[in-house]
Design a protein around this ligand. Structure first.
Ligand code: GLU
Length: 439
């Protein structure tokens, strides 16, 4: 059996971290098993779905590197739903209902008032149709045996169908609710694993009966614990924390994926540079049942750690024109986002404003300028320069290094000086030291 997973967003908004995580887990599991990952756009709700969101979702997934092997849109599959619906109707598994929402609500209150579960009460199969109203349609649950499955994350699950309402599958205007088309698609697309949030657990119970009613074996299910913000005050923003935001911030997509792949599991969050590597370690048995805590700060940290060791080949096409491998290696250890690189590149190759130094500091950099002319530039020039300077001035530590850094980079802090000095070269070093001494 070849694994097929699917991610099924509704194009009624942008992707946020919660649904990116679901997409990622579907993607990683399919990759690990050498299977296929399907993107199913759940756009049956024509009022709320938009082409803009449809495009944005695909674009964000592409940016994240979660490219689907196949794309389907529910709005293009209505004929299939119609056919399968007719089969269920003929088999008596869907039936017409005529209650108004007000009538249903009233009945619910009565049941609750009597201390009974507010389960929809079916009319007898031979109850007359009400010709004066268009019907909506419910799926008839089979009450004879419990619904059970072994969830890949939650373990044994069991539902008593008598305690579930027959779900509405189609509205009065003929439009589809989510439950049945999803099952029809999962069967048609040979989906083997349904991986989604635990808010769908009770949907899975009724959908399992739908699979069976349509003559199919249900897929395996994995319901992941929900994602919550690590800090309370973030929780409101979590829904808007998504690819859009991260793209604007210049965060590496893989940094987000590294965090989302592992939070809520027993595996550590690590700066892993490729989705292939993440896929190799993917394992449902490491998933916990408690909510996963998402902290954007963790993404920032992983992002910086990734960049600090990232190979030039993996960023070359995103660096400013002309940036070389040597530039990258000299600067990567000091950037937190790729966007920081350009500023440092200008320090390496452009002009820096000579800093305002005190009297002693000016003398020190003047001395350094003279020494820089004499030292051996073929070995470790930074070391040679600072060793000589220590000897000739008697200064050490911050007194020695800080004025040099200021003179050479125009900044208070930054990357390690030794590789910077190698990239800058003798001429630039002498020029900057002299400029700082003169000021
Ligand atoms: N469109 C549904 C949702 O976003 C899909 C759920 C599923 O994965 O079946 O909740």
């Amino acid at each position: 059996m070849s694994v097929v997973t699917r991610f099924a967003p509704s194009p009624t908004g942008r992707l946020h971290v919660g649904n990116i995580r679901t997409a990622l887990h579907n993607f990683l599991f399919a990759r690990k098993e050498g299977g296929a990952f399907i993107l199913r756009i759940d756009d049956t709700d024509r009022e709320r779905s938009t082409d803009e969101f449809d495009l944005a979702i695909r674009d964000d997934l592409e940016w994240l590197g979660l490219t689907a092997d196949k794309l389907v849109r529910q709005s293009q599959r209505f004929d299939l739903y119609e056919r399968e619906f007719a089969r269920l109707k003929a088999a008596g598994r869907v039936y017409a209902c005529y209650e108004t929402p007000e009538e249903l609500e009233l009945r619910r209150k009565v049941l609750l008032g009597r201390g009974l579960p507010p389960v929809y009460e079916r009319k007898p199969a031979d109850a007359p149709a009400q010709e004066d109203r268009p019907p909506h349609w419910r799926f008839r649950l089979d009450h004879h045996s419990p619904i059970a499955w072994n969830d890949l994350i939650r373990g044994e699950q069991k539902f008593d169908p008598k305690l579930l309402s027959d779900p509405v599958v189609r509205r009065e205007d003929g439009s589809w609710l989510y439950l049945l088309p999803s099952v029809i698609d999962d069967i048609d697309l040979c989906v083997t694993h349904v991986v989604r949030g635990e808010d769908h657990v009770s949907n899975s119970a009724v959908q399992i009966q739908m699979f069976e009613a349509l003559g199919s074996k249900p897929p395996l299910f994995a319901h992941e614990a929900l994602l919550v913000a690590a800090e309370g005050k973030l929780s409101k923003r979590l829904g808007s924390y998504g690819a859009e935001h991260l793209r604007e911030e210049g965060v590496e997509p893989i940094a987000l994926l590294d965090v989302l792949a592992r939070i809520g599991t027993s595996q550590p969050v690590e700066p892993i540079a490729s989705v292939e590597e993440l896929a190799e370690s993917f394992d449902f048995s490491t998933f916990g049942r408690a909510p996963a805590h998402f902290d954007p700060h963790e993404v920032e940290l992983i992002n910086a750690r990734l960049l600090h060791h990232l190979d030039y080949a993996l960023v070359a096409d995103r660096l400013p024109a002309g940036a070389t491998e040597q530039d990258w290696l000299a600067l990567r250890g000091n950037i937190e986002r790729l966007g920081d690189f350009a500023g440092w590149l200008a320090v390496l190759h452009g002009d820096v404003d000579p800093p305002e130094l005190g009297h002693d500091e000016r003398l020190l950099v003047k001395e350094a300028a003279g020494l820089a002319e004499k030292i051996d530039w073929s070995g470790e020039p930074w070391r040679a320069l600072t060793d000589e300077l220590k000897r000739s001035t008697g200064k050490k530590g911050r007194d020695l290094f800080h004025p040099l850094r200021l003179a050479l980079t125009g900044r208070e802090s930054g990357p390690e000086m030794a590789p910077l000095v190698l990239v800058m070269g003798k001429e630039m070093i002498v020029r900057r030291l002299e400029a700082a001494a003169r000021r």
